[in-house]
Design a protein around this ligand. Structure first.
Ligand code: NAD
Length: 345
């Protein structure tokens, strides 16, 4: 994949599309980001065939169908999602069905633009898969576009990216190169996020965070994820919890749970976070960026926990510590309350 990175890089979008042979792009965004998407489409002149501001979290199939219906009237040769994982996710689901190539302009730290992972939701069930057809052909990272991302969204979105790196460090198919990317990505974000929260207009911190998000997203795209991602997928699908906030709450507990069986990963993580105890460091990072402290704050209740734990172990997957329903139930109990993560060790 190609990447253009830097302040003002979005002004190179038209050239980038032309270099790839694309001259009729449909620009996609959420409703909230539609003005930005329209501005970017305006910069493409007759290279844009329209803007669709209908993307929403978890990619409902009806949004995919409506966008595909729009394609038949506009005949684009490419899709340009502008925004976070919701906009990129809509483009991927459309690409999966139509084969249209994607050039992504991310504006959050979720990292979806770096992965061949697609998802879509139909009748309350979120389906995901990997397919190289949905991997963007090029990504334009312009830190200027993230200056408007609210402090809280920035913080939880950045911790969502760190979660990709954490699970890459103990992935069964990891490699020294992926681990190096995970360490640098985590270090960049852990350093930049508190600075962004204290000054959302700090362009240096925004640039550093975007670089971290790029690296962490690439980790997600290249190796197998474990308990943390399976758990968040189950919680998001069954209880519709907000994606990035949920990742920010759950991550320290999964790290505490896995720590004893992944000593090398924990050493690398401690190095990246600049603290000896990674679970506690991640928990403190969440507090320092104002992330919700518990799943209870996100709307989960005690009565949901058995169902959530059952879903999280429904199909087998690799994880440093073997995953049992009882252990996941205990982990979720701690995350529900927001008690210190050491309690799940
Ligand atoms: P999002 O795309 O829904 O964005 C969060 C909110 O921030 C939205 O309201 C959006 O309009 C707003 N926003 C985005 N950019 C902004 C900006 N620059 N300024 C102001 N507001 C802005 O959320 P997200 O956390 O980026 O993505 C979450 C979704 O992405 C989930 O559905 C998740 O499953 C998916 N995801 C997929 C992958 C993958 O590899 N397939 C990876 C990570 C996340």
């Amino acid at each position: 994949m190609r990447v253009r990175f830097g302040v003002g890089a979005v002004s190179e979008l038209r050239d980038e599309l032309a270099a790839l042979g694309f001259h009729r792009s449909l620009v996609l965004s959420t409703q909230a980001e539609a003005p930005l998407a329209a501005r970017i489409a305006g910069g493409l002149g007759d290279g844009a065939v329209g803007v669709s501001g209908t993307a929403v979290m978890h990619v409902p199939q009806k949004c995919v169908d409506a966008t595909i219906e729009m394609l038949s009237r506009r005949s684009p040769d490419s899709l340009v999602p502008v925004g976070g994982g919701s906009a990129v996710g809509l483009a991927k689901a459309v690409a999966l069905e139509t084969g249209l190539p994607i050039v992504a302009v991310p504006t959050t730290y979720a990292g979806s633009e770096m992965t061949p992972i697609w998802g879509r939701t139909s009748a309350g069930v979120k389906q995901t898969g990997r397919d190289l057809r949905v991997l963007p052909r090029s990504v334009i990272y312009d830190p200027d576009l993230t200056l408007t991302l609210p402090a809280l969204v920035s913080g939880v979105s950045g911790i969502n990216a760190i979660a990709h790196a954490v699970e890459a460090l103990y992935a069964p198919d990891s490699s020294p190169i992926i681990s190096s990317m995970a360490v640098v990505g985590t270090r960049s974000l852990a350093d930049a996020l508190p600075r962004i929260v204290s000054n959302p207009l700090d362009l240096g911190a925004r640039t550093q965070a975007f670089r971290g998000a790029w690296l962490c997203g690439a980790c997600l795209g290249n190796v197998t994820m474990s308990l943390h991602h399976k758990l968040c997928h189950a919680l998001g699908g069954a209880f519709d919890l907000p994606h990035a906030e949920m990742h920010a709450v759950v991550l320290p507990y999964v790290v505490a749970f896995n720590a004893s069986a992944a000593p090398a990963a924990m050493l690398q993580l401690a190095d990246a976070l600049g603290e000896p105890e990674p679970a506690t460091a991640l928990w403190k990072l969440g507090r320092s960026v104002g992330a919700p402290a518990s799943l209870g704050e996100l709307g989960l209740t005690e009565t949901d926990l058995d169902h959530a734990a059952a879903l999280a172990v429904a199909s087998p997957y690799a994880n440093p510590v073997p995953v049992t329903e009882r252990a996941v139930r205990k982990l979720l109990g701690a995350a529900l309350q927001g008690t210190a993560p050491a309690c799940v060790l």
